[in-house]
Ligand binder design. Structure first.
Ligand SMILES: [Zn+2]
Length: 339
């Protein structure tokens, strides 16, 4: 489930997966060229914040026209990154999952772990005139190849250390026609949709690639919660529950309210099968999650029905809390709510 951003104060960070519009027919339109001129595609590359000192983080933004202006007019822009008092995480080996982030100390529920500007925010495709007679697969590969040429120009704008960090990220799109840059975006990016509220379709959709948050592995019971903040152009990650020193920090690559079987389909493009507690016991977990999702805490329902005991509503809520704790979904608060 992709969530909008900039339409609201913050949006949840969520992985994009393979359906993010790369190489989609919607990118067809203008001529391609051997050495791309970004302005001819209607795009521009800007570095934000524009006045950052050399030791301050920046984001290279590959934007559709108008996005920069929208972002720079956001209340509070440019807001400094939130400070984390002591180091909270390290990058380490996570077994078959490759690298991951691990807590360097005990973290309390609600504690800020990271506030990070992405290395890159990018459009998900550029207008490309596709030669006739190509089938669908060839068309997609052609579009991806052309997109890569643009991305090469964009990446040259990155600071060398940031470019090195970007290219050190994993790439699980080695055989589908994605170039090394697009492949890394598709593997690691978080969706930023709705950057320009006046725009619709592909022009309202971006991918973003943070350095450290990109390293976080999936769990369907994530112990962190992540949001994007427009004024600071950054993602915050908070502890969704108490986290022990040495515990791996996780986020969800899928909609945690989806069934275990559907979630595994979402993970396929990333090349892994999730083996979290919820996925190891899918029948019980799916049942509990469906029950949580169906719950509507209605005060009115209790108030108008005099046959219900005084503690009916509170007991319903306590039951929900128990289910949420059992499923380890303390950070997932986007439930249907009434009254
Ligand atoms: Zn799982």
């Amino acid at each position: 489930m992709k969530r909008g951003f900039l339409n609201s104060a913050k949006s949840k960070a969520i992985r994009l997966g393979s359906d993010a519009g790369y190489g989609s027919s919607s990118t067809i339109g203008a001529p391609s060229m051997p050495t791309p001129d970004l302005s001819s595609s209607g795009t521009e590359t800007v570095i934000l914040p524009a006045n950052a000192a050399p030791d301050e983080p920046v984001t290279v933004c590959f934007f559709w026209p108008g996005s920069k202006e929208v972002l720079m007019k956001m209340p509070g822009y440019p807001k400094p990154l939130r400070k984390v008092s002591e180091p909270t995480f390290r990058v380490g080996e996570a077994g078959s999952k490759g690298l991951g982030l691990f807590a360097t100390r005990a973290l309390s529920q609600g504690e800020l772990i990271i506030d990070e500007q992405p290395l890159l925010i990018s459009v998900r495709g550029v207008p490309v005139a596709v030669p006739a007679m190509l089938n669908q697969e060839q068309t997609t590969k052609y579009q991806l190849r052309e997109f890569e040429k643009y991305l090469e120009v964009v990446l040259k704008k990155m600071r060398p250390a940031d470019r090195e960090a970007f290219m050190s990220l994993a790439n699980s799109h080695l055989t589908d026609g994605s170039g090394p840059i697009a492949g890394r975006i598709r593997t690691n990016s978080l969706g930023l949709d709705g950057l320009c509220p006046a725009m619709t379709g592909p022009m309202a959709q971006y991918s973003s690639v943070p350095h450290y948050i990109s390293r976080m592995n999936n769990s369907c019971s994530p112990n962190t919660t992540s949001n994007f903040h427009d004024a600071s152009i950054s993602y915050t990650v908070y502890a969704a529950r108490d986290i022990a020193e040495g515990e791996e920090l996780t986020l969800s690559y899928s909609d945690v309210w989806d069934t275990a079987a559907n979630r595994q389909q979402t993970f396929k493009p990333y090349g892994f099968v999730c083996a979290c507690d919820a996925c190891r016991d899918p029948i019980s977990s799916d049942r509990r999650r469906a029950k949580i999702r169906a719950f509507v805490p209605s005060v009115r329902m209790w108030a108008v029905n005099r046959s219900l005991p005084d503690d009916w509503l509170i007991n319903k809520c306590l039951e929900q809390i128990a289910l949420l704790e059992q499923e380890k979904l303390e950070g997932e608060v986007a439930l249907p709510c009434r009254d």
